[in-house]
Design a protein around this ligand. Structure first.
Ligand SMILES: Nc1ncnc2c1ncn2[C@@H]1O[C@H](COP(=O)(O)OP(=O)(O)OP(=O)(O)O)[C@@H](O)[C@H]1O
Length: 320
């Protein structure tokens, strides 16, 4: 199947001369949840704003459902629902009135059954006649999503959907976004919360200093880049790691009653058998053992660090 969004060779230099995006190539597949991760100022909003037609692209091409965002702006824009970070809406309007109005802006004929469906999906149907001013913060956020969906777009952009939202509400939002994906909407979200990407995304893109440094299936990414840790619970805490084991990737946690061995799940030989044999030789006993995988957060930090490191090496190479 053809991708719903296709970005080719996208470059953006702002008028002040700042090069915010560098040669971005990206395909978004129909029906997926794609999370765009990156540190502050990496270029996430710039990329989304270009796809949504809010910021002019420099060089390159972007199509949405086959429509070129510059040559065929109106068609491309109709395919998109954008949920901005800020809640901006007329507070004395009713919930239903607000989404009817948003739909009208796209020149779409009324479709009460569709609007009812999205309000029900977002748990706002009971509030349809309420004035927006009377809604809670979480309801207002959901209303912003309902507005963005009102014209039946095929792609929904969520810019930091849960910034400043409490944990419980965040989980509600995640459930709702998954529900939208299940109903056929493609979702692209930017987030600072790695946990959010880890919970929701099918694929993850990492952007750093205007470059897309990685696009990967989330599960593959976690397997490929992940390190595992083998944690041993010791009945007798250790003060230090014995000299006979000092060449191994070990560390002690807390009061010395947890010994942690790191290994790479990519590697054919994890070294665990050898480690356990040497542990016995060193007369170290353990009560229990379990493994844990590194989180997307750790993977992300490693990636950004290595990308920065490469950049610095390149700069120092150029300076020489
Ligand atoms: N209108 C503009 N003119 C000049 N530079 C800009 C403009 N908008 C953004 N930039 C710069 O482009 C870079 C990328 O900004 P962008 O907002 O896309 O990053 P971001 O990844 O969305 O960051 P954040 O996570 O903080 O929202 C930043 O260095 C920013 O200062």
């Amino acid at each position: 199947m053809k991708p719903i969004i296709s970005v080719r060779g996208l470059d953006k230099t702002y008028s002040g001369g700042f090069n915010a995006l560098k040669g971005i190539d990206l395909d978004i597949q129909r029906g997926e949840i794609f999370a765009l991760l990156g540190p502050n100022g990496a270029g996430k909003t710039t990329l989304i704003s270009i796809i949504c037609g809010i910021v002019n692209p420099g060089q390159g091409n972007v199509t949405v459902n086959g429509y070129d965002i510059q040559r065929d702006y109106r068609h491309a824009r109709r395919e998109i629902g954008l949920v901005p970070q800020e809640i901006a809406t007329d507070s004395f309007e009713s919930v239903l009135g607000a989404i009817q109005f948003s739909r009208g802006l796209f020149g779409k004929p009324p479709n009460p059954a569709y609007l009812e469906k999205i309000l029900r999906q977002l748990s706002l149907w009971e509030k349809r006649d309420n004035k927006i001013v009377t809604l809670s913060g979480g309801m207002k956020r959901r209303l912003m999503i309902a507005k963005a969906l009102s014209h039946e777009p095929s792609v929904l952009f969520l810019d930091e959907p849960t910034a400043g939202v409490d944990v419980e509400l965040r989980q509600d939002m995640w459930g709702m976004v998954r529900g939208l994906r299940d109903s056929g909407v493609t979702v692209i979200l930017t987030t600072h919360y790695i946990e959010e990407a880890e919970e929701m995304a099918d694929r993850v893109g990492v952007i750093n200093r205007g470059e897309l440094v990685l696009v990967e299936d989330k599960k593959t990414l976690m397997q490929k880049m992940g390190e595992k840790e083998l944690s041993l619970q010791l009945p007798t805490p250790l003060e230090t790691i014995p000299d006979s084991l000092s060449d191994l990737p070990l560390r002690l946690n807390g009061d010395g009653s947890e010994l942690i061995y790191r290994f790479d799940i990519k590697s054919e030989n994890t070294g665990i058998t050898e480690f356990l044999r040497r542990l016995t030789s060193a007369n170290i006993e353990f009560r229990d053992l379990y493994t844990r995988e590194s989180s997307l957060e750790e993977i992300f930090v490693n990636l950004v660090h290595s990308a920065q490191h490469q950049g610095e090496e390149q700069l120092s190479g150029e300076a020489q």
